[in-house]
Design a protein around this ligand. Structure first.
Ligand code: AMP
Ligand code: MG
Length: 408
């Protein structure tokens, strides 16, 4: 089989491009304190109002002195601690005991770390030659007053918050995060806690969505389970769209007898329905209902997760005002075992990668069915196998998408 035999399937890249083309950012902003700013997109450029550091200071615990090539012995005349500067005069041949972060006294330019001196009472002798300016952090060496510190459209992570704190910014203007309503469709689905009759299963997709939405910092509205009937689905769509910027459903987007999502969306909204060249996750509906965006994910649990990661996550990032839409990290890895694959769809298999002596290797987590969540849970990456590619053999290079990115 080759791609020519799957011409009705559109590529994931194409789907993502046309989806993002239809999305306009919410553009509503409000002020929040730095403590509440994590996972929000900043709505303004932040310029540093100060030099960082604000004053020359020591990078080491040691002794500060005025550099002079002829001098290796200095007389100790005082102490400078962080927060307690030494304000006296330091003459040539004199030094001050200094701690990391303490302001450099005037007239000194060099710090020797304490491990590189011999101290006898109030006299220190350098045991290692010190270049002039050693171990000094200069005012403005990290940031110059007026420099752009964080650009508008940046999703604030644990990397940015301390930077803003370091320049004294305690309030920022941020965009409102998208509100996302979600529900599951399927007569076979039961909520947790209810007994299961023969043929019924627990609804796990709402838990997938709740967890993934929480990680984006967006507000999630869980609208429960909706039965497979056009009337119930229509009511649920309208109810969800009235409350949220994005409506996400799972299930009912295939071509089975009880799959009404497409039909209802055509009646009450606008639909872009795609059969994606992706595995798992082929059926995916995207559209609008009134002023909300709609994403209909496939019902199979792994498919729902994959399509959320690859399509919904970038949508959220654009709608939320991020200037660079979210793109998952992809890295090359060496296949430690074979991956079975037929050409025709971009495959997101579940794998475990390891790094040994700088080489990334990856192996499959086993059963790759789109319903097999145990092999999803065991994985630490997707193994992204190109649409046209055939089986991957041991030793071949493949692309992986690691799951954890703690600082993003
Ligand atoms: P559908 O897309 O509705 O045809 O569903 C495809 C498969 O996914 C079926 O086996 C469903 O039972 C299953 N499924 C659908 N929704 C969920 C859900 N919320 N949780 C777990 N499995 C589901
Ligand atoms: Mg169904």
């Amino acid at each position: 089989m080759d791609a020519c035999s799957t011409p009705d399937l559109i590529s994931v890249e194409q789907a993502l491009t046309s989806l993002l083309d239809k999305v306009s950012p919410l553009n509503e902003h409000f002020q929040c304190t730095l403590n509440d700013a994590l996972d929000h997109v900043i709505a303004e450029d932040i310029l540093s109002p100060v030099n960082v550091p604000a004053f020359d200071n020591s990078a080491m615990d040691g002794y500060a002195f005025a550099h002079n090539e002829a001098l290796t012995t200095f007389t100790l005349i005082g102490t400078a601690m962080a927060g307690h500067p030494f304000t006296g005069d330091v003459k040539p041949g004199e030094c001050v005991r200094i701690m990391t972060g303490a302001a450099m006294p005037s007239n000194v330019d060099t710090v020797v770390m304490q491990e590189q001196v011999e101290r006898l009472d109030e006299t220190i002798t350098l045991t290692v030659v010190q270049p002039k300016g050693n171990n000094v952090r200069h005012a403005g060496s990290d940031l110059i007053n007026g420099a752009t510190v964080v650009e508008k459209g940046t999703l604030l992570s644990a990397r940015h918050i301390p930077l803003l704190a370091s320049i004294g910014v305690d309030k920022v203007s941020v965009y409102r995060r998208p509100r996302i309503a979600y529900f599951s469709t399927g007569d076979e689905l039961k909520p947790l806690g209810a007994p299961l009759e023969f043929g019924e299963i627990y609804d796990s997709n709402r838990y997938t969505l709740s967890a993934l939405i929480e990680k984006t910092g967006c507000e999630g509205l869980d609208l429960g389970i909706v039965e497979d009937s056009p009337e119930a689905i229509e009511r649920a769509f309208k109810d969800a769209a009235a409350q949220a910027d994005i409506v996400i459903t799972s299930g009912g987007v295939s071509v089975g007898d009880a799959d009404y999502t497409k039909q209802v969306l055509e009646e009450i909204g606008e639909i872009g329905f795609w059969k994606l060249a992706i595995k798992p996750g082929k059926p995916f509906a995207f559209g609008t209902i009134n002023n909300s965006y709609f994403c209909g994910l496939p019902g199979n649990p792994v498919s729902a997760l994959v399509t959320f990661a690859e399509l919904v996550r970038p949508l959220i990032s654009k709608l939320g005002g991020e200037s660079k839409p979210f793109e998952p990290l992809r890295l090359p890895a060496i296949a430690e075992g074979a991956f079975r694959k037929r050409p025709g769809r971009l495959d997101f298999q579940r794998g475990i990668y390891e790094i040994n002596n700088g080489v990334i290797t990856v192996r499959s987590t086993g059963h790759q069915g789109s319903n097999a969540f145990s092999s999803m849970a065991a994985a630490n990456c997707f193994v992204v196998i190109e649409r046209e590619r055939d089986n991957v053999e041991v030793g071949d290079t493949v692309t992986i998408e690691p799951f954890d990115a703690i600082l993003n």
